[in-house]
Write a protein that binds this ligand. Sequence first.
Ligand code: ATP
Ligand code: MG
Length: 189
Amino acid sequence: MAESGVDCDIRLTDFIASEPWQKRMLLTAQNYIADNNKKWLYVGGQVGCGKTLLCSGVFAGMIKKEGLQGKYMLWRDEVVKIKACVNIEQEYTALIEPLKEVPILYIDDFFKVERGKKPTGADINVAFEILNYRYNKKLATIISSELFLKDIVACDEAVGSRIYQLAKLSCIEVGKDVKKNMRLRDVAV
Ligand SMILES: Nc1ncnc2c1ncn2[C@@H]1O[C@H](COP(=O)(O)OP(=O)(O)OP(=O)(O)O)[C@@H](O)[C@H]1O
Ligand SMILES: [Mg+2]
């Protein structure tokens, strides 16, 4: 976990589910760990609703349960590095191959770009290369994003439909509602 850049102490039990929408999130995550069957988990929607906490807990749980190697990819950081060496084959391969091959990949904040902008063609190429490989090999993949799946399909149908097909049974989408931003709890909103 530490090598993967994720807080080693995060567990799914840290996710407090006191409201119905949180209970639905937790149940989907628990079912995914119990029987992931090499499918994918998608958690999208409201800023601050606990997507990263939930997915990190699932990621830690899967690594413990399956005893497999995992990798954490913070999308906006890694994609910048990968795009910067797209013309330097050796460096490009060294960065992207582990993300394609690792048995469990968690992509956090997928397709996060500057406010008001959309993922570029270069972003979509990187996403397609990683996700198409993992789709073909049916490798466990956890994705969290502020976007809903329909937004990803609208950005790129090839990427979005692959995620949809493999994550449709383990898909959580939290509707936009500032009251669900846990960072703002205890603050009047
Ligand atoms: N169900 C929960 N139980 C306990 N703490 C929570 C819960 N949900 C969120 N938090 C806390 O609220 C904060 C925001 O959660 P988190 O970072 O997981 O949200 P996010 O949906 O990934 O946000 P962003 O869209 O900005 O990436 C964190 O400090 C997290 O630990
Ligand atoms: Mg997050």
